[in-house]
Write a protein that binds this ligand. Sequence first.
Ligand code: HEM
Length: 124
Amino acid sequence: MTDHAVTEEDIARLVPTFYERIRRDDLLGPIFDGAIKDWPHHLAKLQDFWSSVMLTSGRYKGQPVAAHVRHEQQMSKEAFTRWLAIWAETSRELLSAEAAAAFQDRAARIAESLQLGIQFFRDR
Ligand code: HEM
């Protein structure tokens, strides 16, 4: 189901500003800058991801759990809390209240399932 409050323009505004803030964050910045060599590529991929999630565009093909399990030692509860706080702040500032709420709700649910996937990997 698509979310009618959300547009491609929202995604194009949200994703780059979010990662600018992530890179300036003292906890998350080093994790991302250590892992990501090609930022334009990452931003394009994440815009495809959110377009697939919110607008069912089908543009993203990937394995998000595997991508995070690769960095599992850095994927702490605190890191997820910080990620979601920056996501909430950025979406609130840039988008309509309705669109921001939709992105926040979806990110929280994906964060939950990523953490479960990482936990499953740790317990294996
Ligand atoms: C990719 C970090 C949370 C969505 C990545 C990568 C890193 C990273 C380092 C690059 C992985 C690689 O290519 O080696 C983190 C950290 C998080 C976090 C530190 C919080 C603790 C999230 C959340 C979402 C998300 C909550 C979605 C709501 C993605 C996606 C990719 C990605 C879609 C691309 C995966 C692919 O290559 O196909 N993340 N992430 N991340 N992240 Fe996250």
